[in-house]
Design a protein around this ligand. Structure first.
Ligand code: SF4
Length: 396
């Protein structure tokens, strides 16, 4: 009893300190259950309070601690002093004729990033950003051409899910299925923002937040090998690899991080991660088809040989070319021929239908225009000036 009173007294001192010091408040939107329990313990509260608070935030979409009526007034007051519940700001929304919706949102840093929702007959996929811009400079990617601006916080990543879910499932419940799948395949390389991304996928999959199955939440990486090893034992989220090439020569050109971590090392890291999941799971291989670069019959043959026996399914993505790029999309006949070659070699292959072309839904196109303006005004370093080694040193 004496100890409890001491902890409580100490907590009040902490709360008063925060209020008086003008310290930045914690955004509770980005706190996992485990971290919330620790925070509550430091305030002398019982762990089960975390469950109540998470439900208010992620199930009932409340932004105000004072409305959390099943917790004590004293705790609500404390939380109001130290915390906030704040979504990223929505700057604009565009809707494609095919139903794809794209939002531009603003991070606390003032920079903009994108979120895209793709409704289909049997699923609704939300494509989420993890960074503003990207340092990896893949040559076929609009985001990569803009350079890196900043990491998104956990609150800014999970906030994209909360905003869209609230909008399409509660305020405009027109989509029968709502969000069924989440892919971290928007702006940025997720594994270079490791801690925030892992906390975000924890919330995406947790029943007290968004409760989406681990098979339907996917981190997509360009191949940050040490971070793939780091994932093992920390999460069981699904993994996708942006391969895009059947050999190192082509991949070095399309995905420059390949010069640091070539394909053999990368596939080994992915195999290791899948092996830690303790059940039959497959790697999704993303392969953007680019006319004359990686879409020829011998490329298909080489890819089939590379992936023979690997537990994977291949997703072919005809290039969604962005303005100013010299790379071209192959025609539909070439795409189907490439697919058949892989299927005949015994691989599981789908072709991603291009969606939202009229609203520039390819990653990075809309926010890219804003970043370009910031770059030419001198607010950002020019694109491509982020050596891979520096980027990795900073992130890992
Ligand atoms: S493809 Fe992904 S990793 Fe490569 S530059 Fe674009 S956002 Fe970055």
């Amino acid at each position: 009893m004496g100890l409890n009173r001491f902890v409580l007294a100490a907590s009040f001192v902490q709360v008063i300190d925060v209020a008086e010091s003008g310290m930045e408040k914690t955004n509770f939107l980005g706190i996992t259950k485990c971290k919330l329990e620790q925070l509550l313990a430091s305030l002398g509260e019982k762990p089960y309070r975390a469950e109540q608070i998470l439900k208010w935030i992620h199930h009932r979409y409340h932004d105000d601690f004072s409305q959390m009526t099943d917790i004590s007034k004293a705790l609500r007051d404390k939380l109001t002093v130290i915390g906030t519940i704040e979504d990223p700001k929505v700057v604009s929304e565009t809707i494609s004729i095919d139903g794809t919706r794209k939002w531009m949102m603003q991070a606390g840093s003032g920079s903009c990033f994108e979120t895209v929702f793709i409704p289909e007959e049997n699923r609704g996929t939300l494509c989420v950003s993890s960074q503003v811009g990207c340092a990896l400079n893949c040559s076929f990617c609009a985001t990569g051409q803009q350079g890196f601006d900043s990491d998104l916080s956990t609150a800014e990543i999970i906030g994209q899910v909360r905003i869209v879910k609230k909008l399409i499932e509660v305020q405009e419940p027109v989509h029968e299925r709502g969000i069924t799948n989440i892919v971290l395949m928007g702006m940025g390389e997720p594994l270079l923002n490791f801690d925030s991304v892992l906390d975000s996928v924890d919330l995406m999959m947790h029943d007290l937040a968004y409760g989406i199955s681990k098979r339907r939440v996917t981190i997509s990486t360009a191949g940050v090998v040490p971070a793939i090893y780091r994932m093992a034992g920390k999460t069981d989220v699904s993994l996708a690899l942006s391969l895009h090439a059947p050999n190192d020569e082509i991949r070095n050109m399309l995905v420059p991080i390949n010069r640091k971590y070539p394909i053999a090392q990368l596939l080994e890291a992915c195999r290791h991660y899948l092996g830690t999941l303790g059940e039959k799971r497959t790697l999704t291989i993303e392969y953007t088809l680019i006319k004359g670069v990686n879409d020829q019959p011998h490329h298909g043959q080489e890819l089939a040989t590379l992936l023979r026996g690997f537990p994977c399914k291949i997703n072919l993505i005809p290039l969604n070319a962005f303005p100013g790029s010299k790379l071209k999309r192959p025609n539909n006949i070439s795409v189907r021929a490439f697919q058949h070659r892989l299927v005949n070699a015994g691989l599981s292959v789908t072709v991603r239908t291009t969606r939202g072309e009229d609203i520039q839904a390819a990653c990075g196109q809309l926010a890219g225009q804003l970043l370009k303006r910031a770059e030419s005004s001198g607010a950002l370093p020019p694109s491509g000036q982020y050596p891979v080694d520096d980027v990795l040193r900073r992130a890992l």
